[in-house]
Design a protein around this ligand. Structure first.
Ligand SMILES: N[C@@H](CCC(=O)N[C@@H](CS)C(=O)NCC(=O)O)C(=O)O
Length: 241
């Protein structure tokens, strides 16, 4: 049995992390039975979620989970795609994970209004006297990560401009198809859909959300895949939009 270690649902989304949602969609796409466990963060081998255990084997990182499924279970997430489309799908996935993700992280963690109604909630179970110190420490670490990546060295306006190009690129490739690369889901949908679900989360006021909302095809795609992979979250959060 596969166990997927998760943060759990937050912000009316299936998980606080788009990478965890990605791993869950990959498992569903490959039709593999799995259970989820929200108690694994402290033992995460790379200090991040998601990771899985599969018959005693530990695989940490959503893309390495994909490679593991491909290797161990012989599942081809991109079956039916040309070499060119496989390349485009992979490149868009990595654009989301290694570029678009960072302005989104900045908007949630560094802008006080978003932080206070969002990530601050992660620390609600910390002992009250320690809580302000833990919050400040983790927020400092996120700021350092943003700086280390490089995205955090830009102004907010510059980050928003870069993120807008990513959003537009996804909307342009998606066009009027059901899934990123056509009428069937491919591996990159497991990433693009969670990233769009997080970008469109009504709880947060961000330029990324505004940009994504300007693309009806992206909104419809996100709603459709939410219904397909996480039906219990379909329509959640819309009331507070
Ligand atoms: N490359 C990793 C990224 C995972 C990731 O960044 N997870 C974040 C949540 S979105 C995390 O666990 N952060 C905790 C931390 O950095 O302390 C993957 O694809 O799994």
């Amino acid at each position: 049995m596969i166990t997927l270690y998760t943060f759990g649902p937050y912000f009316d989304l299936p998980d606080a992390s788009p990478f965890v949602m990605k791993a869950e969609v990959l498992l569903q796409m490959a039709n593999l039975p799995y259970e989820t466990n929200t108690g694994g963060f402290n033992k995460a081998p790379k200090g991040k979620l998601p990771y899985i255990t599969d018959d005693g084997e530990i695989i940490a990182d959503s893309t390495l989970i994909r490679l593991h499924i491909e290797r161990k279970y012989g599942f081809d997430f991109d079956a039916g795609l040309s070499r060119r489309d496989r390349g485009i799908a992979w490149a868009l996935e990595k654009m989301c994970e290694d570029h678009l993700y960072w302005p989104g992280l900045h908007a949630r963690w560094m802008e006080d209004a978003n932080f206070n109604k969002g990530p601050r909630r992660f620390f609600d179970s910390a002992p009250a006297p320690l809580r302000p110190f833990v919050v400040a420490m983790v927020r400092r670490q996120v700021r350092r990560n943003l700086w280390g990546h490089g995205m955090g060295r830009h102004t907010t306006a510059e980050m928003d401009a870069l993120a807008a190009r990513d959003i537009d690129a996804i909307a342009d490739v998606l066009a009027d198809t059901a899934y990123l690369m056509g009428e069937r889901p491919c591996g990159a949908d497991a990433t693009i859909f969670p990233m769009m679900a997080h970008a469109l989360c009504p709880l947060f006021d961000t330029a990324i959300r505004t940009r994504a909302e300007q693309h009806p095809n992206l909104v419809a795609y996100t709603d459709r895949l939410m219904t397909q992979y996480f039906p219990e979250f379909a329509g959640a959060g819309k009331a507070i939009a």
